[in-house]
Design a protein around this ligand. Sequence first.
Ligand SMILES: *Cc1c(COP(=O)(O)O)cnc(C)c1O
Length: 395
Amino acid sequence: MSVNMRFGPYGGRYVPETVIGALDELTEAYERYRDDPDFLSELGVLLGHYVGRPTPLYRARRLEDAWGIGSGLWFKREDLCHTGAHKINNALGQVLLARRMGKERIIAETGAGQHGVATATASALMGLGCRVYMGRTDMQRQRLNVIRMRMLGAEVHPVDSGSGTLKDATSEAIRDWVTNVDTTHYIIGSAVGPAPYPEIVADFQSVIGIESRAQMLEETGRLPGSVVACVGGGSNAIGIFRGFLDDADVALVGVEAGGEGPSGRHGASLALGRPGVLHGSYSYLLQDPDGQVAEAHSVSAGLDYPGVGPEHSHLRDIGRVTYVNATDEAALSAFLECSRLEGLIPALETAHALAHVRDGAAALRDGGPVLVCLSGRGDKDVDQAGAALGIDASA
Ligand SMILES: *Cc1c(COP(=O)(O)O)cnc(C)c1O
C-alpha cells in the first residue's frame, strides 16, 4: 500500500534536498513494516503492557449535569496512557521504525514537553540516544517535563530564537536532522511536517479512534453524535477522527487555541490563518499581511503553534470537520470544572475541547452522545494553571 503524500492540495515536502533521501528511506521503512506481523506484534505488546491500552471510555456524569448534556458525555481516557498523554502511541511506533532503519540517535521537538517525555521514554526503553529541542519559554512553563526528560537520560537543548516556543524548537530540530540525517531519526510529535510524517503519525494515533468506535458501540449501542478534540498540530484529533471519518452522521469538531480572542493573540490556524508553507508542508498557518509566519499564542504550550497538520486543512476545506476555538479564559475555567466535578485534572490543551463542549452544548446535545478525546492529564500544568487561577501551595 502506498503512503499518502498529500491531502487534497495540502502536505507535500518543502524541505532541503539533503533530507529527501531520509524521507524516502522513512517512507520505504513504513511501507514495509506497517503491515509486517513482527512489527505489529512488537508494537501491540508495548501498547498493551507498557502504555496501558486499550484506554478506557468513561462517562462524565457530573459534567453532563452541570453542562446540560442529556445525550451523554464520554471521555476517551488518553490521560491514562503511560507518560500522561496520547503522544506515546506515536513515539513508540516511530522508535520501533527507527531501530529497524538502523538509526542510533533520536531527536525530537517539544512544546508542552509531552512529546519530549514520550520520546525520551521510548528511547530509554530501546537504548537509543535522545536529544530534545525545546523553546526557552516552554522550558520555563513546563519545568516538570524538562526534569522528567533529563531523568530519562535525554539531553534537553534550549532554543532561544523567536518566541522560544514550539515553532522555534521545530526549526532547530530540522537543522539538526539536515546535518545528521545518516545516523539520526527525527520523531515529529504531531501530524505535521513533510510527507510521510503526517500520515505516519495519524496512523499510529488512529488506535484512539479505532478503540473509541468499538467502545462507544459496546457501551451505548450506537455511534456518538459528535466527537470533539483539541487541535495543536492535530495528532490526537486526527487519531480519534480517523475512527469516524466514514460515519457521515458523526459530527467531528476540532478545537483550536483561541488565546486572547480573535482580536488578540491566538493559535487558530484553521479559523484565522491562510495556506502557506511551514516546517516542510503546505497547510493553513498564521501569517502577517506580508506572508511572514506570525507568532501563535496559547495558555497551553501544546497548542501554541502557528501551523496545523495538512489532513486537517483538507478536512476543513471539504467540510468534513468543523473547526472552532476556545479562549485561554474559557479553557482555564473548563480545566477547573473538570477537576472539581470529575476529579480529573485535564491537560490545558484538552481543556480547550472541554470548554467547547460546555459553551457549545446546545449545538452538540441534539445529535446524540458527545465523545471527547481526553488527550492528556494536567500534572504538567499545575504550576501555570494554579498561578492563573490563584491556587498555590502557600499557607
Ligand atoms: C501535545 C498535546 C496536544 C496537542 O498536540 P496534537 O498533536 O494536536 O494532539 C494536545 N493534548 C495534549 C495532552 C498534548 O500533550
